[in-house]
Design a protein around this ligand. Structure first.
Ligand code: FMN
Length: 402
């Protein structure tokens, strides 16, 4: 089947109509929300059923268990795409094995001034400085609670992660309380949680990656974690290796469930784009984090570093520059148990998930392996996913089965 997104839609959306990427993003989310909640039931079923036929891909060799949750496949939607959970119920129909909502903060906030999201097409990348624009953790809790009660609009079960950040108005020394309050509001509504201390777009946030500052945050969430939900930490690719390993050691010592590697980078070297057309400024002068192809190899390097350091015993969610099955396989064999995508999905379109999943099955066949778990860390010769130390008492999905 011809890929209409890449051949027709993307040229129109990316350049023909010269649309603002953020506007387009909002329209997409609103359309998804409308389809899920407002479209007549028969139409909704027809659209979602069609999406599932086109984008879905099921193969039991891809299913995995990680930090106590069951995943039908290892490919998830990364944080930042659906900050307020507007599409929380529709992501399985795009073929994803899980979705991470957020980042949400304790207080609703508008984020940075627009424009704040740019495509660097020559680099297959994006630059964003959104600044955690979100409706706040209470609004997300209300939306997810309400959605889970709407049994007339059934949805597929899949793990939902919730990514937590610090509100801009909260002082850095009060960060632990901010994360804690969001977690308290949402802890029953997600299958896993992420402490995001790696966005470059909240002043000072990345300084929370130091062990001294992280510890009170981990402790606060542990105290609040009555249901023993898996809690992960998401790190920046720009940390030096020694600091990454310090975070990993602390996270393990505090009983965290895993690590997400990585967020966007503040580096600008090696980019083809020198001037941001939209603003006319040199790219080096534009604030924000770069995602997509430029972050790919560093993110894989970080996965490798953590896998080697922990001897494969600490679950790693690999994210950064995944566009195809080769990129995905590279991160899995470097040690990632799960994967996430954002920028690649924008560039390649919704058919990407299925292409990656079927490509992974082809690679399993070629390697003579039975399950994807056996490919985790294969580079190191182990090929056995031992990243299942964490067992949760709560593995039920947010939404009821359809
Ligand atoms: C527009 C945009 C917004 C993002 N917002 C968030 C966010 O709110 N929280 C977060 O943890 N990561 C956020 N990210 C980072 C992604 O989740 C991901 O870690 C990063 O983009 C690397 O993956 P990719 O190359 O597949 O995009 C954002 C990325 C983009 C492009």
């Amino acid at each position: 089947m011809p890929d209409l997104y890449r051949s027709l839609l993307r040229p129109i959306l990316f350049s023909g109509l010269n649309l603002d990427p953020e506007w387009l993003h909002q329209q997409t989310l609103q359309w998804l929300q409308w389809t899920d909640l407002e479209a007549p039931i028969a139409l909704r079923q027809a659209i979602l059923g069609q999406m599932q036929n086109i984008y879905g891909y099921a193969d039991r060799r891809l299913s995995t268990q990680c930090f106590g949750c069951e995943f039908a496949n290892p490919l998830g939607l990364s944080a930042g795409f659906d900050k307020d959970g507007q599409g929380a119920a529709v992501w399985p129909y795009f073929g994803f094995g899980f979705a991470e909502l957020g980042t949400v903060t304790q207080h609703a906030q508008a984020g940075n001034p627009q424009p704040r999201l740019f495509r660097l097409v020559e680099d297959e990348a994006a630059l964003n400085r959104m600044g955690f624009n979100n409706q706040g953790s209470q609004a997300l809790a209300d939306r997810l609670t309400q959605r889970s009660q709407q049994s007339d609009r059934p949805i597929q079960t899949m793990p939902i992660g919730i990514n937590l950040g610090k509100s801009k108005i909260t002082e850095l020394e009060d960060a632990a309380g901010d994360y804690r309050e969001s977690f308290r509001r949402l802890r029953e509504l997600g299958q896993y949680f992420v402490i995001n201390v790696s966005s470059p777009n909240t002043p000072g946030l990345r300084s929370l990656q130091s062990v001294e500052q992280l510890k009170p945050i981990f402790t606060a969430l542990n105290e609040e974690n009555v249901g023993r939900k898996p809690i992960l930490v998401k790190i920046a690719p720009d940390l030096i290796d020694e600091d990454i390993l310090a975070v990993v050691d602390l996270a393990r010592a505090c009983g965290l469930a895993g690590i997400i590697a990585t967020n966007t980078t503040i580096r600008r070297d090696g980019l083809k784009t020198q001037v941001l057309a939209r603003t006319g400024n040199p790219i080096a002068d534009e604030a924000g984090g770069i995602s997509g192809a430029p972050v790919r190899s560093r993110s894989t390097e970080v996965i490798r570093l953590i896998y080697r350091h922990t001897n494969g015993a600490f679950p790693i969610v690999g994210v950064g520059g995944i566009f195809n099955a080769d990129d995905a396989w590279e991160k899995i064999t470097a040690g990632a148990s799960l994967l996430q995508v954002y920028t690649g999905w924008i560039y390649e379109g919704p058919a990407m998930v299925r292409q990656i999943l079927s490509g992974l099955v082809d690679r399993l066949d070629a390697a003579g392996l039975d399950t994807l778990d056996q490919a985790v860390g294969l580079e190191f010769g182990s090929g056995r996913n031992r990243a299942n130390e964490f067992t949760s008492t709560q593995t039920k999905s947010t939404f009821v089965d359809s």
